[in-house]
Design a protein around this ligand. Structure first.
Ligand SMILES: *Cc1c(COP(=O)(O)O)cnc(C)c1O
Length: 341
């Protein structure tokens, strides 16, 4: 079996999830409510301190439904330079919401709150009015980096001064909370809406949740349907999400610890340098082209992905225990000591 470090999305459902699926109380969530989906939504709203929540098939849909609900065509929206919503969502903000993306300078995925005002545009005959700031915590392309609570507070203040709202792409916001040692609500109290993934480190097979004010979620429901995200017996999936939220959050600390161990070992090799990890994502800069490391590691049974011409990414997750970590360490050593080192 390969040691799959491509992403935390590769995690398989736990035995507890299969059991929860088998006994889930189901309805039709488009014709009315599916009770298990409703239960997950209430749990998610509670966990994030929001009034209500909406189960969606993916993190991308959660973000794009949020964007469409928050904005009008022609608005400008602020994102950090390398935001997932701009980089990895295939142009959806332009196509689905008709908004113009403007980026705000950031360091390691952490937005410089002092630059928000300078990037804001007021609505005029000449300029697209800015209505929304999107943040990302943890930050994907920066390598699972954490935006501190204090920066969230400063961004909130800047947004309030400008009269704009904040959506948090919190695909891995539970990783952020665990890394910071705070409840997720300490982060989400500084944003208007948040979407998070059940299907990453929280191990569900499918699903994300968009959380926010009750009237916002009512509107978001229309957008979800419009985008084809109305699911019928979604309780089958929501049942796993409930296990994610109640059983899989605290164990994220284990993934962070193993990521740190991998980083320490890999940093000792020749031909690479590691970006010190903050959560469960390790970015490794390679002297040789990234593809040669990806191929050589694959021959040793370890899967990673290139995220740049000379950068590979390894992500730790529930299905990588100490044994798998040991295998990964051996493979990195072998490749490092061979021609690539
Ligand atoms: C994975 C991810 C998403 C999208 O989630 P999908 O379920 O893959 O669509 C959005 N934002 C961030 C930061 C992510 O890491």
């Amino acid at each position: 079996m390969a040691v799959d470090l491509r992403s935390d999305t590769v995690t398989k459902p736990t035995p507890e999830m299969y059991a929860a699926m088998a006994r889930a109380d189901l309805g039709d969530d488009v014709l009315g409510h599916d009770p298990t989906t409703r239960q997950l939504e209430e749990l998610a709203a509670q966990a994030t301190g929001m009034e209500d929540a909406l189960f969606v098939p993916s993190g991308t849909m959660g973000n794009q439904v949020a964007l469409a609900t928050h904005t009008h065509p022609g608005d400008s929206v602020l994102f950090d330079d390398d935001a997932h919503m701009v980089y990895y969502e295939v142009g959806a903000p332009a196509i689905l919401s008709g908004v113009q993306a403007r980026t705000v300078p950031s360091t390691n995925g952490v937005i410089d709150s002092s630059k928000i005002e300078a990037r804001f545009l007021s609505k005029s005959e000449h300029t697209p009015g800015t209505t929304l700031l999107c943040m990302e915590n943890t930050h994907n392309r920066a390598g699972g980096t954490v935006t501190p609570v204090e920066v969230h507070r400063q961004c909130r203040q800047a947004a309030d001064r400008l009269g704009i709202r904040i959506h948090l792409d919190g695909a891995r916001v539970f990783n952020a909370a665990v890394a910071l040692g705070v409840r997720v609500t300490e982060i989400t109290r500084h944003v208007d809406t948040v979407s998070f993934c059940l299907s990453k480190g929280l191990c569900s097979p499918v699903g994300s949740v968009l959380c926010g004010p009750a009237d916002f979620i009512r509107e978001a429901r229309f957008w979800r349907k419009r985008l084809g995200g109305g699911l019928r017996q979604s309780g089958i999936l929501a049942a796993c999400g409930i296990v994610s939220l109640t059983r899989m959050v605290d164990r994220l600390a284990e993934d962070h610890l193993r990521t740190h161990k991998l980083a320490t070992a890999v940093s000792a090799l020749k031909g690479v340098s590691v970006v010190p990890p903050q959560t469960n994502i390790l970015m490794i800069d390679t002297v040789a082209p990234a593809s040669s490391w990806v191929d050589a590691l694959e021959k040793e049974g370890v899967w990673v992905v290139p995220t740049g011409s000379h950068r590979v990414r390894a992500v730790l997750h529930k299905d990588i225990g100490d044994l798998e970590l040991e295998e990964a360490l051996l493979a990195f050593h072998k490749v490092g000591h061979a021609s690539l080192g």
